[in-house]
Structures are given as structure tokens and as C-alpha cells.
Design a protein around this ligand. Structure first.
Ligand SMILES: Nc1ncnc2c1ncn2[C@@H]1O[C@H](COP(=O)(O)OP(=O)(O)OP(=O)(O)O)[C@@H](O)[C@H]1O
Length: 846
């Protein structure tokens, strides 16, 4: 009995100690954890993490202490029915639920992550409100999440003391209003393979509805400060119900989600499984997560007590104990018997049910970066970014000076879908805290669009806690933070660029972002330009600075050419003369490159030169030689110019071609073939069309290679007066072929095809008018046959009365006479019948 007293005293001491610490944890979980990281991790059954005592009933009976009794009296049940209203799930929500249930079952464990994340968001919300409303927490000052399982009834319950939901919010949030992004999610998940689902869930967040992966019935009880307590219930069919809770306010404030688990999901009731999932997904949640567990403890007892408690306590096997003791005695025989004074007391193992703290809420970003391991950074990223894949890079820093804040910025390993189309959705990637209190993740333009892919935590010290989110957006300190975040991100990317392999991965996902940055961000263009990489005739990928370092002494410009693939550009006529002279040419193969050059016409003191545009001027230009060639080719040039007058501004001798006979060059203000294709692919608005037409209708320059046998041959023909129509057609085909080789799209493909055919005919000596002979008959459908039959009967009737017409009884085709007879006798031969139908449809059918 004495030991019972001491045990009680011990528990009471723990309780008092705990409750003096707990409010501190609750009000600012992160702050308190920072102050006292070693605070208590386990509280006894009668020590309640939820201070108001409503949530957990204290009972001695084991079955009742392990799960609070939430049943209704029959009177309450009746009342519930009275206020119950039925609602239909919105169609998109139903679709989402079906899809979740049927295709995400492999990843069903994510339901717990989603519920804990929702609970944490709800607590964030009430904590934010509490900054300006002193009464916000008056119904319940604890801020925590509790999880307990009831294996007897197969129920898992997750409760938070967050903001809760009003009746209206309950209806909208859990059923009638599909959140933005639902259709995108549905589309993406329907298109993607099941293996990718895990990542998709992270990117879109299936949220609350993931409960139906594991539960066939879900009951949500919620209490918002501005409404009464309501109960939402659904079995994931088509509808859900909402009723006023007949028990009144049992929660104080917050939300409780009861999952009636499916047969195949009962493993989620196991303590080990829940523990594993919390560690995997929710370890870094900023509020305490308490799990109802049973702790085994060894307690010393008196002999009498052992007898008294034998029904509840697992008495240690005495034989084992004796053996153990004997073993110890032998071991300690030679040692001076110091234990003699303290005779060994008997112990018993007891199971103590209670709440165990599952997470340490000291936010990772508040720790010294030296003390955080890479796996911790990765785990934290996975948990806050809901991304299964490890991040590509991160930077963790503390900014001091004009503005003080701590931050971790991550670069994901994969770009989210539609990164460049739906920039606004990704602003949730920046989670903003002030002194560890979550403020918002709904900034519209915290970072410029081109950096929309980063995911970051920012925790500022200098911003007043009571400002509204709108005011915050324009707060001077926030502007300074933005600048620092951009700089730090660019520093991180610069560091990443030193690791070639990783940087390749980064460029594959976000290379276009850097180019957009160089286009849009004047103040960081120089830094961004250094981060750009281009394939070139010299290297797989080069920086612009490296390109400049390899430039020829007299080379003043950075040569580049644009196209849709490296292969296309390697075979482009434009580069021939440059490569032959040993110049390096940059290959720009992304549509954004054309725009980039317009905004960034140079780098490192060197301008870019598009070698598919304008005249090419080489240092080795021999003016005398050029003028000689000009006079040699003057007849051909004049003749070609007049033949192609509708398309080309002029024909000229080329100094950039080596192996190609000719090339089509855009004027200085014209469009290259690649740009024309980009513009054609974009659905330009009506008002922009005149610009497109202006550029597209700029006449081009045809350059001819004076050393190419084709040109020499043409010159001979023209000089010998053989420039007839045939030669004109040939030159037209040559021009159009050159357009294609130069990257342009033909305006009239059919014309080109028929010109090529003509040339083939000339070459093979085939008459231009000769036609193909074919013997194909029109297909006759059954309907047509019936109609024809009908027509024929009509016709026959007419004929029988008209003696001038030959009778159909007489065979009218002598040649087919025999065949017809045999066919008529063999009515079963369907093939023959069909043949006959084709050749003599009317007669055979008759
Ligand atoms: N425990 C909760 N307390 C208060 N409100 C909640 C809770 N759980 C869900 N909600 C409300 O229901 C809404 C829908 O939740 P759901 O999990 O489906 O989406 P989400 O949390 O908005 O998005 P995501 O899951 O992508 O983060 C939430 O936005 C929130 O308003």
C-alpha cells in the first residue's frame, strides 16, 4: 500500500510539472520547444493533453481509458436525426473520391499525412487569429493534435484544437466546393501512370478525401468559435449529412475526425504503424502530436502488493528472476559485495496508458545549420513540400542586418506540371512565419515568376505580429526579405552549377526558368546570364563566358543559330562557313532563346550574332575574289532573281556556304525559319496578326554557293540560253527545297509536291499528262442495294409495259453468259455472289 502511495505521488508530481510546462508548449509550440527541448514526452492517462478535459474521459477500466466514449444517449441520437440535413457531393468531388478510392490504394497511408497536415493548418489559422483577437483561444488554449485508435471498434480518431469549421464551412470544404486545382489533379492522375501518383498527390494534395482510401465511414465533429458544434458524416457514396451535435460543445474548439476503417486497412490501428507514419511524414509538424499508447514500466513492489495486484499486473516469472539472480551472484562473487546494503526489491511490469509525444517541434530552420544533417533536411522537405522525391539542393541561412530572418530554400528535383502556365498556384511554396507563428503561404508574387519553383520557409523576426496579410505584403521588411531570398536562391544555383551532373538535372527541369529570368529580371540579368548553358558546335553545353574565352582573336560577336534540335542545326547550311573557318557556333534550340536574345543582346562585352540573318562578314573576306565571282555569275543571278521575284528580295553570292548549294537568309528585320515556326505555332491574337504578317512577308535573300556543282551547272544552262520553263520549274523546286533546309515552312506544300513530280517525269521521260489507270468501284451499302432493287422493280414494271425496251430475262451480256449460269445455280457461294453484286448488281439480286 505504501508503494501505491508513492506511485500516486510520483504521478501527481509529473502531472503538476507537466501542466506548468504544457500551456507554454501549446500557445507557441515551436517557441517552447526551442526553450525546453527536453520537455516531457509521455503523459499518463489522467494527464490530459487537452486541458479542458472534454476530450478524454478518465476511467479506470482499460477499455474505456484507451478510447473516450463518444456515443450518444438515445435522446441525443433522436435529436441528431431531427437536425440532420443531407447534401450531395459536388460532381467533381465525387469524381475525385472515386478516383482516390480506386486508383490510389497503393499509397493509402498518405491519409494520415493529409489529416495531420490539415490539423496543423487549422491550428496555424487559430494561432494567427489569436495574434489580433485575445479571445480566439479562450475556448481552448491548447494547440495540439491527438491520435488514438480503438482496435475493438476499428476506429481511428484524429483530433485537433485548431480553428474548426462553421456549419457553412463544413458543407463547402468537405463536399460542395471542389478546390481549385481539382480538375487539373483529376486530369493529371488519369493521364499518368500509377507509379507517379505519389508525387502527384504531393503536388496537388488530395487532402481530406484521402480518408476514403482507408475508411468506409467518416465522422467529422467540429467546433468553430463562431458557431455551434456540428457533425458531418459520410460513407463516400454520393452524399453526406450535417447535423447539430446534440451533446453540445464537447470539443471546446477544433475538429475531430473519426475513421471507421475498412477491413483491409486495420493495420493503421497498430501503434507501430501509426508511429512509423508520423515519423515518415509528420515529424516536423510545428505542433505537438500526441499518440495514445501504452508504456511498459518496471515498478518496485512489496510482496503484499504483488499479491493484491496479481489480476492486473504481470508478475515476473520467479524462476527467471531466480536464474538471473544466481547468474549475477556468480558474476559478482569476486567483487566486494556493495549491493548487500540495498537488498534487491521485487519489480513488476506495468502497462501505463497515456499520451506519448511523437514529434519534437523545434523547427528545423531555427537550428544551427551545422547541427542539421542532410537526411534531416531531406525529410523536412518531404514533409513540408509533400514531395516524395528528395530535393535537388537547399540552402539554410540566417539573414542579419537590415532585416533579420531565418530561411531554408529548396530546389525540387522535378518541375511541377504547368510550371510556366499556372504560376499563381505555386505561390503556396513560400511559407511565411513571424517568430515561428505561421502567417501565410498565399503571397501572389513573393518571388518573381521565374523562381516560382522554389519551396521555402521564411521566419522573420522584425515584422509586427498584428499586421494583416494585405499590409504585410507591402511591409518594407518584406521587400528586403524578397530581395535576399532572390539573391540567396541565385547563389544556391551558382553553387549547384559547380556540380556538373546535378546542374544538368537542374537545367533539364528549370533551364527555361533561368532564361525567362534573364528576359524579365533586369537587375539580376548578369548573374542569370552566367548561369545559362547552351549546346555549341564545340561542346555539349557551354557557358557564355567559356564561349567568349574560346573566341577567335578578331571575332567580335558570339555566333549563334536557332532551330528545334541540335541535329537540325548541325546540318544547317548557315553554320558551314563558320565551322570551316574554325568558329564556334552556339546552338539555341529552345523557343525562349529567340526572345532571350532580343532582351539580352550581348554578354561580357560581346554581342550575339544570328548567323541565319543578314550578311556574314568574315575577316578573310577577299573582296577581289567576291567581285570576280559576282561578275562570273551575273547572268544566273539576274535570271534567278527575275524567276523568284515574288519570293526573294535578291540573289547573291554566298561566303558562308561550303557543302550546300544555296541558303535562304532572313533580312536583318525578317524572321528566321525557326522564329516563323514558333510564331505559327502560337495562337496569335487578331490584333497581333499585322505584326506577324509584317515580319513574315519580309522578302528573303537567296544566297548561292558559287563553288557548288549544281550552281555551276545552272550557270552553264542559263549562259547557253537553255533557261526555258523546265529550268524555271527546277529553280522553283530548288528554292523551296532550300527554304526547308533553311528551317522555313513552305506556304504551299501541294505546289511543291507537284513541282517535284514534274521534275521526276522530265527525268524519266514520262508524259506530263499521263494518268494512272485504276479499276476501283464504289462500295455499295445494303441500304443502297435495297434502294436499287426497289428502283429496278419500278423500272422493270415500266419496261414490261414498254415493248421498245429489251427484256431483262434475256441475257444482255454474251461474254458473261456461262459464268452467269453457273453462278445462278450456286446460290450458296457468297463470294461469287458478292462479285456479281459488284459487276451486275441488279441482275444478281434479282
Ligand atoms: N482539421 C481541419 N480543421 C479545419 N478545417 C479543415 C480541417 N480539415 C480540412 N479542413 C478544411 O477543409 C478544406 C479542404 O481540405 P483538403 O484537405 O481537402 O484541402 P486543403 O487542405 O485545402 O488542400 P491540400 O490538401 O492540398 O493542402 C481545407 O482547406 C480546410 O478549410
Amino acid at each position: 500500500m505504501k508503494s501505491k502511495f508513492w506511485l500516486l505521488l510520483l504521478i501527481t508530481t509529473c502531472l503538476i510539472t507537466y501542466f506548468t510546462i504544457f500551456p507554454i508548449i501549446a500557445v507557441s509550440a515551436s517557441e517552447s520547444s526551442e526553450d525546453s527541448p527536453d520537455k516531457k514526452k509521455f503523459v499518463m492517462q489522467n494527464e490530459n493533453p487537452n486541458e479542458n478535459g472534454n476530450v478524454i474521459q478518465e476511467n479506470d477500466s482499460e477499455s474505456e481509458t484507451s478510447l473516450p466514449n463518444f456515443g450518444f444517449t438515445s435522446e441525443q441520437a433522436e435529436k441528431l436525426k431531427e437536425t440532420e440535413e443531407k447534401f450531395q457531393f459536388q460532381t467533381e468531388v465525387s469524381r475525385l473520391m472515386n478516383l482516390i478510392i480506386n486508383s490510389l490504394y497503393k499509397t493509402r497511408e498518405i491519409f494520415l499525412r493529409e489529416l495531420i497536415s490539415n490539423a496543423s493548418d487549422a491550428i496555424d489559422k487559430i494561432r494567427f487569429l489569436a495574434l489580433t483577437d485575445p479571445n480566439a483561444l479562450s475556448n481552448n488554449s491548447n494547440l495540439n493534435i491527438t491520435i488514438w485508435s480503438d482496435p475493438k471498434n476499428n476506429i481511428l480518431t484524429i483530433t485537433d484544437t485548431g480553428v474548426g469549421m462553421t456549419k457553412e464551412q463544413l458543407k463547402e470544404n468537405l463536399g460542395t466546393i471542389a478546390k481549385s486545382g481539382t480538375s487539373e489533379f483529376l486530369q493529371a492522375i488519369e493521364e499518368k501512370k500509377a507509379d507517379d501518383n505519389m508525387n502527384l498527390i504531393g503536388q496537388f494534395g488530395v487532402g481530406f478525401y484521402s480518408v476514403f482510401l482507408v475508411a468506409d465511414k467518416v465522422v467529422v465533429t467540429t467546433k468553430h468559435n463562431e458557431d455551434e458544434q456540428y457533425i458531418w458524416e459520410s460513407q463516400a457514396i454520393n452524399d453526406f449529412t450535417i447535423a447539430k451535435d446534440p451533446r453540445g460543445n464537447t470539443l471546446g474548439r477544433g475538429t475531430q475526425i473519426k475513421l471507421h476503417l475498412k477491413e483491409d486497412s486495420l493495420s493503421f490501428l497498430e501503434e507501430g504503424v501509426i508511429r512509423g507514419l508520423i515519423t515518415k511524414y509528420s515529424e516536423f509538424i510545428n505542433f505537438p502530436i500526441w499518440l495514445w499508447t501504452k508504456k511498459t514500466e518496471e515498478v518496485e513492489i512489496d510482496d503484499d502488493d504483488l499479491d493484491d495486484e496479481s489480476d492486473k499486473i504481470e508478475k515476473k516469472d520467479e524462476k527467471d528472476e531466480k536464474d538471473e539472480k544466481d547468474e549475477k551472484d556468480t558474476d559478482e562473487a569476486e567483487v566486494e559485495d556493495v549491493t548487500e546494503e540495498k537488498p534487491k526489491k521485487k519489480t513488476k511490469t506495468v502497462e501505463v496508458p497515456g499520451w506519448e509525444l511523437m514529434n519534437t517541434q523545434k523547427p528545423i530552420w531555427t537550428r544551427d545549420s551545422k547541427d542539421v544533417t542532410d537526411p534531416e533536411y531531406e525529410k523536412f522537405y518531404r514533409s513540408f513540400a509533400k514531395d516524395e522525391a528528395a530535393p535537388l539542393a537547399w540552402t539554410h541561412f540566417k539573414a542579419e542586418g537590415e532585416v533579420d530572418f531565418k530561411s531554408i530554400i529548396y530546389i525540387p528535383s522535378k518541375a511541377p506540371p504547368n510550371l510556366y502556365q499556372k504560376v499563381q498556384e505555386f505561390t503556396r511554396n513560400i511559407k511565411f512565419f513571424v517568430k515561428r507563428v505561421f502567417i501565410t503561404d498565399e503571397f501572389l508574387d513573393f518571388v518573381p515568376k521565374y523562381l516560382a519553383f522554389i519551396k521555402a520557409i521564411i521566419d522573420a523576426d522584425d515584422i509586427p505580429l498584428n499586421v494583416s496579410r494585405e499590409t504585410l505584403q507591402h511591409h518594407k521588411a518584406l521587400q528586403l526579405i524578397k530581395k535576399r531570398i532572390i539573391k540567396k536562391t541565385l547563389d544556391m544555383i551558382t553553387n549547384l552549377s559547380k556540380d556538373e551532373e546535378k546542374y544538368k538535372k537542374f537545367l533539364k527541369e528549370f533551364g527555361v526558368s533561368l532564361k525567362i529570368g534573364a528576359i524579365e529580371d533586369n537587375s539580376n540579368r548578369k548573374t542569370l546570364a552566367k548561369l545559362l548553358r547552351f549546346p555549341s558546335s564545340h561542346k555539349n553545353l557551354t557557358t557564355l563566358d567559356d564561349y567568349i574565352s574560346r573566341m577567335k582573336k578578331k571575332q567580335t560577336k558570339m555566333y549563334f543559330v536557332t532551330g528545334s534540335s541540335i541535329n537540325e542545326l548541325e546540318n544547317s547550311p548557315f553554320i558551314e562557313g563558320y565551322i570551316a573557318r574554325g568558329y564556334e557556333v552556339l546552338y539555341m534550340v529552345e523557343p525562349v532563346d529567340e526572345v532571350l536574345i532580343q532582351h539580352m543582346p550581348g554578354h561580357g562585352g560581346k554581342m550575339f550574332q544570328n548567323i541565319a540573318k543578314g550578311d556574314s562578314k568574315f575577316e578573310d573576306n577577299d573582296l577581289e575574289e567576291t567581285s570576280k565571282l559576282k561578275s562570273k555569275y551575273i547572268k544566273l543571278i539576274d535570271w534567278m532573281q527575275s524567276t523568284l521575284t515574288d519570293f526573294v528580295e535578291r540573289v547573291q553570292i554566298s561566303n558562308r556556304l561550303t557543302s550546300s548549294p544555296c541558303a535562304v537568309i532572313a533580312g536583318d528585320w525578317g524572321l528566321t525559319g525557326h522564329m516563323e515556326r514558333i510564331m505559327a505555332a502560337q495562337a496569335f491574337k487578331q490584333e497581333n496578326d499585322y505584326m506577324k504578317d509584317f515580319y513574315a512577308n519580309q522578302k528573303k535573300v537567296l544566297e548561292i554557293n558559287p563553288h557548288h556543282p549544281l550552281m555551276i551547272g545552272l550557270l552553264e544552262k542559263v549562259e547557253s540560253g537553255k533557261n526555258d520553263d523546265k529550268l524555271k520549274e527546277l529553280v522553283n523546286v530548288l528554292y523551296e527545297t532550300t527554304l526547308i533546309r533553311s528551317g522555313y515552312v513552305l506556304k504551299n506544300n501541294l505546289n511543291y509536291a507537284s513541282n517535284v513530280e514534274k521534275i521526276l517525269r522530265y527525268n524519266l521521260g514520262i508524259d506530263l499528262e499521263a494518268k494512272a489507270e485504276v479499276n476501283i468501284k464504289p462500295v455499295i451499302d445494303d441500304d443502297d442495294k435495297d434502294n436499287e432493287k426497289k428502283d429496278l422493280f419500278d423500272e422493270l414494271n415500266d419496261e414490261s409495259t414498254d415493248p421498245t425496251k429489251p427484256s431483262l430475262d434475256d441475257d444482255d451480256d454474251d461474254d458473261d453468259d456461262d459464268d452467269d449460269k453457273s453462278d445462278k445455280t450456286d446460290k450458296t457461294d457468297k463470294t461469287d455472289k458478292t462479285d456479281k453484286t459488284e459487276s451486275k448488281p441488279i441482275r444478281d439480286e434479282l
